[in-house]
Design a protein around this ligand. Structure first.
Ligand code: MN
Length: 401
């Protein structure tokens, strides 16, 4: 069995008008929350978070239960801010240690952290920070952009990268604490850690000083160093510890799971597909329209031309259009030689007519004109009936070409 004793205190400090920190500690859970937001909203956020974490965790004292408790606290702070516009933008850090039971029934301490409140472990006169600060400066230290010394005085050392109440999605650090009997854990808001050095923390929080006295000393020292912020402290001492068989060290995001994200992603994908298909249909339509227009243009007119001594009627453009070659529609009975010289030259250059009938009539006219040019002016002319002078290429076995 793992057991601990504890003492806690929270103090408004010397500068702030209100205490926006909240602390809570019992036999299996210790929580410190540092709220932020105007008009007492920070106090509401930290109190809501601490109470919700205690309620949810005590229903399921496991690692999962501890994570679910922080997740529920985040939702609660968000929901409360949404329902109370005067608290819009409030948020809170939270650092907590719960005694969690694993599948083997082993109970051991687990830390959860969001923000820049801190957890330290004291053993044999040494202090070790268990939590990562989720501040811009500290994130930069972890990325190697700043040294720890530079971070301590960096203007963005108080700018938080994670906080409860900021977004539905929050990353929660979850770490198993490897402890042994006699170890002390110190949980505190930045009002303590900003005012005191690590050496002071070890001296004031470490054994043999009783827990209650140590907590009093820590708060008094922080006030003595300026007390510029609210000061909150939870001090724990383990009487007995067993180690978990399944230690955890991870950061879990409360963001919707990738599975939940697939639906909108698929919809987005299918919308794109529909768009592509629609554009494709338009392209096909345009192409089909182009083909139809070219086909119409290619075969929209007729012309007369010589075909092995006979005047023939062709449909299409004389030199073709794209892949549309002119096709012979009819052969007249008029020899190409039976044309006046000028008409022969015109025939050689092709004679275009708007319709099949116009082409046939013009062929007949040219032939008649040739006959007339060879006759005396008094000769009676005979009209050659168009229908009697043509035969369809497709209906004759003598078709040429
Ligand atoms: Mn603070």
């Amino acid at each position: 069995m793992t057991r601990w004793r504890y003492a806690a205190a929270t103090d408004v400090g010397l500068v702030r008008d209100t205490n926006e920190d909240a602390v809570r500690v019992d036999a299996t859970l210790a929580v410190v929350a540092d709220g932020m937001g105007g008009h007492a909203a920070g106090e509401v956020a930290s109190t809501l978070a601490v109470e919700m974490i205690a309620r949810v965790f005590h229903e399921d004292e496991t690692v999962d239960g501890l994570y679910a408790a922080v997740e529920a606290a985040n939702r609660l702070v968000l929901d409360d801010a949404a329902a109370n516009p005067e608290r819009f933008g409030m948020g809170t850090t939270v650092i907590a240690v719960g005694l969690t039971e694993d599948v083997a029934g082993m109970v051991s301490p687990t830390l959860v952290n969001v923000g820049d409140s801190r957890a330290y472990q004291l053993r044999d006169g040494a202090l070790r920070q268990l939590s990562d600060d989720h501040s811009v400066a500290e994130e930069w230290v972890r990325m190697g952009r700043l040294t720890p010394e530079e971070a301590e005085v960096h203007p963005r050392r108080h700018q938080l990268t994670r906080v409860l109440g900021m977004d539905q999605s929050v990353d929660i650090d979850i770490v198993s604490i490897e402890a042994q009997a006699g170890d002390r854990l110190l949980l505190c808001s930045d009002g303590l850690s900003n005012e005191l050095t690590p050496d002071q923390l070890v001296q004031l929080a470490g054994p043999p000083m009783p827990l209650e006295d140590a907590v009093d000393q820590l708060v008094t020292a922080a006030r003595g160093a300026g007390g510029r912020d609210n000061i909150s402290v939870v001090l724990i001492e383990f009487d007995e510890v067993v180690s978990t068989l399944s230690p955890v060290k991870k950061t879990v995001s409360t963001a919707p799971s990738p599975v939940a994200n697939q639906a909108p992603a698929r919809r987005r994908h299918s919308r794109v597909t529909w768009r592509v298909m629609f554009a494709g249909l338009i392209l096909v339509g345009v192409a089909a329209g182009f083909v139809a227009i070219m086909h119409w243009y290619a075969y929209s007119s007729y012309y007369l031309a010589d075909d092995q001594g006979i005047i023939a009627v062709y449909q299409g453009q004389p030199n073709g259009v794209l892949w549309y070659q002119p096709r012979k529609v009819l052969e007249t009975t008029f020899p190409s030689a039976h044309l006046r010289p000028a008409d022969q030259r015109a025939l050689a250059a092709t004679i275009t007519e708007p319709s099949l009938n116009a082409a046939l009539n013009y062929a007949a006219y040219l032939n008649r004109a040739w006959h007339l040019s060879r006759s005396t002016p008094t000769t009676t002319t005979t009209t050659v009936p168009v229908t009697g002078t043509t035969r369809a290429v497709t209906s004759t076995t003598t078709a040429k070409g």
